[in-house]
Design a protein around this ligand. Structure first.
Ligand code: CA
Length: 228
């Protein structure tokens, strides 16, 4: 059973959320101050944190930053004031996975919690547009098609998928796919990018002349890009 840690000092909100989560089959524990929230979150007993910002002893932002500093990768949904755009931005930049403005509709918050859990089940998939790289099977899903990759193709696909929209130099790509003691010829990357393009379709990887290659996410894909 998934267990949600509710960090909220407004008792009525916390109880309502706890009741709703339990009705959905989740475990739900309430904590009402920041320091206890941090300690409970680090205990490893919970699968997701719903975190209010205004809290006694330590505010939600501090809890968030201390958890991320402690390398906690627990999904965190921040509750912010509806008008608090600055809070929302700060929360997301501080490492929150999502936010819900207060006052919130219970159904919306529950939907987001379910979504986080579903994403967690797909944590072995790196996604970029219609591409998904399965880190367990080392296969690439392209528009629903499943493509097998060689070891080096997989290593290159992984660094591209972890850095969509970013130009990667040949040196960076070599470092990702070849061990330090091997000095591959400089054009080896061009050869392997060609292999990858053959498998994914040419439109995904752009040549950035004189710099390297870039995996295009949907926002950076432009019709004028050169495709070497
Ligand atoms: Ca509060």
């Amino acid at each position: 059973m998934k267990h949600v840690l509710i960090v909220e000092d407004e008792r009525s909100i916390a109880l309502r959320l706890q009741q709703s989560l339990r009705a959905e089959g989740f475990g739900a524990t309430i904590v009402s101050d920041g320091e206890r929230a941090r300690d409970c979150a680090l205990s490893g007993a919970y699968d997701l944190l719903v975190l209010d910002i205004g809290l006694p002893t330590m505010d939600g932002f501090t809890v968030l930053s201390q958890l991320r500093e402690a390398s906690s990768r627990m999904p965190i949904i921040v509750l912010t004031a509806r008008s608090g755009v600055a809070d929302t931005v700060a929360g997301l930049e501080g490492g929150a996975d999502d936010y819900v403005g207060k006052p919130f509709r219970m159904q919306e918050l529950l939907a987001r919690i379910r979504l986080r859990f579903r994403d967690g089940e797909n944590a072995h998939l790196l996604r970029c547009g219609e591409l998904a790289l399965d880190l367990r099977t080392r296969q690439l899903h392209v528009d629903g098609r499943i493509v097998d990759l060689t070891t080096r193709e997989f290593a290159l696909a992984e660094i591209f998928m972890r850095n969509p929209g970013t130009v990667l130099t040949r040196e960076q790509l070599i470092a990702a796919a070849w061990s330090d003691d091997v000095q591959p010829a400089s054009n080896v990357i061009d050869v392997y990018v060609r292999y990858l393009r053959r498998k994914t379709g040419a439109q995904w990887i752009s040549t950035v002349r004189g710099k390297g290659y870039r995996l295009d996410d949907s926002t950076s894909r432009l019709p004028t890009d050169s495709r070497g």
